[in-house]
Design a protein around this ligand. Sequence first.
Ligand SMILES: [Zn+2]
Ligand SMILES: [Zn+2]
Length: 124
Amino acid sequence: MKIKVKHCKLADAEHKEEPRIFAHVFHHKDVICVCKAFDKLPIENKTGILWHELGHLLGNKIYLYGPDDEEIMADMRAQAMGIRIWYDKDKIQWACEDIYHVAYQYNNNKTIVLKEKRKQKYGI
Ligand SMILES: [Zn+2]
Ligand SMILES: [Zn+2]
């Protein structure tokens, strides 16, 4: 599963309207659209946001029983992949890459490559 991360003017507009919104999906196929402000966020917020959005994209791949609330289900799908998404005081997604060894590379091509492998450094 290869997902690209791209800047999108609609994401900039949404962020301006609602400051805690930094990204969306289902605008372009296999793309997570992010606003410009996304780049300035700490890596933990980027991690949480990207995994939350991936949780939306995994809707047709991971079937879970849960509430009729797509925002909760997105986080639950990420959790099913071993990623716990938290929310910081600004209600922005947050995920601890060091603890959960989030399986993505945010490389220069802005392509996220999902990897199955997780490290066990913390024994969690
Ligand atoms: Zn977009
Ligand atoms: Zn969402």
